[in-house]
Ligand binder design. Structure first.
Ligand code: ZN
Ligand code: ZN
Length: 345
């Protein structure tokens, strides 16, 4: 089969290669990949800026159907439509594994960076990581189950959305936009998504299509003023930081109300940033950091898709065959995509 591989450590070294189809173990299933999303992580691995164990096949956001079932697997059969948590090679015995928080296991070597991933016709996955795709959700939509789970983990599980909240999402990437629509679906009164001028043609346009209440281009409009005017001067109940920008992080402290909540999902990509620490103290802000996805967030995310409360299709901006991966990676890097999918099969 054709597979997009990172061949060795260093910048670049990503190539299409003809490789053997994976051979499954007793507790695994083989999945024919129907759609696979390109994520910032894939771009970071391309540039040697993320941990990975080459040579391996990239790709951790995917949907597909089961084509082969291991001897010891129960409850799954050939033809089942599935997505899978990427939490492979967890130890099973540490405090995180034993309490169902697989994403934090120090032994974890996830699909697409720690072992072969989904930018190929087939991927093998341990059956305990599978989730069923609801009948009314397409393979393309289901390929966003992983970023969806990340948004659910950060915004609904680790932080909270309260009824009638005013929620501001900073950064209109896929996880930011998903955070905004799930906040709305879970009862927020008003949701604002903010981005910069470069986000206007695609990502802020997608926010509009998703029915987000207010869309702010911070290069042209004063976000703080907007929040003040919508809250009688009090500030936002919840700010979701999904941009990883230092400027936006300081803006989060500015626009959140006293005793308000900040949910941090964005990665800044550098060791230190300047932030107004005392402002956060004096406002008694509850800052909650989040990383990766909990097993429970997958079912909740898929359920939000199935009920139609969260529409995914406006987020899918591009689809490419595997052979056009270079073009696809280039567009992602230039932020000229919302979510680009590779279709390997
Ligand atoms: Zn991802
Ligand atoms: Zn563990």
């Amino acid at each position: 089969m054709l597979a997009l591989m990172k061949l060795k450590k260093g910048k670049g070294f990503v190539e299409l290669r003809e490789v053997e189809e994976p051979k499954i173990k007793d507790d695994e299933v083989l999945i024919q990949v129907m759609a696979a999303g390109i994520c910032g992580t894939d771009i970071h691995i391309y540039h040697d800026e993320h941990s990975y164990w080459p040579p391996l096949i990239l790709g951790h956001e995917f949907s597909g159907k089961i084509t082969q079932v291991g001897e010891a697997v129960e409850g799954w059969k050939k033809g089942d439509r599935v997505v899978a948590e990427p939490h492979t090679q967890t130890c099973g015995v540490c405090q995180y594994c034993r309490s169902g928080r697989l994403q934090f296991c120090p032994q974890k070597r996830g699909v697409g960076w720690g072992q072969d991933g989904a930018f190929a016709s087939f991927v093998k996955i341990p059956a305990h990581l599978l989730h069923r795709i609801p009948d009314n959700v397409s393979f393309e939509e289901a390929a966003l189950a992983e970023p969806m789970a990340i948004a659910v983990t950060g915004v609904l599980e680790r932080t909270r959305v309260e009824p009638e909240d005013l929620v501001v999402v900073l950064g209109p990437g896929p996880v930011g936009l998903l955070s905004a629509i799930i906040a709305k679906a879970e009862g927020a009164a008003k949701v604002i998504v903010s981005g910069t001028a470069m986000d206007v043609p695609l990502r802020l346009k997608a926010a509009r299509k998703l029915g987000i209440d207010y869309i702010v281009n911070v290069d042209e409009e004063d976000l703080s003023e907007k929040v003040r005017s919508l809250t009688g001067g009090w500030g936002a109940d919840l700010v979701v930081e999904a941009s990883g920008s230092e400027k936006a992080i300081n803006q989060a402290l500015e626009i959140v109300k006293r005793d308000g909540r900040v949910s941090v999902i964005g990665i800044v990509g550098k060791k230190n940033i300047n932030m107004e620490w005392d402002k956060a103290v004096f406002k008694a802000i509850k800052v909650i950091f989040s990383f990766s996805s909990s097993p429970t967030s997958w079912e909740r995310g898929l359920s939000l898709m199935a009920t139609g409360k969260v529409k995914i299709s406006p987020l899918i901006s591009h689809e490419f065959p595997l052979t056009e991966w270079k073009k696809a990676f280039g567009l992602c890097e230039e932020k000229k995509t919302v979510k680009a999918l590779l279709i390997p099969s």
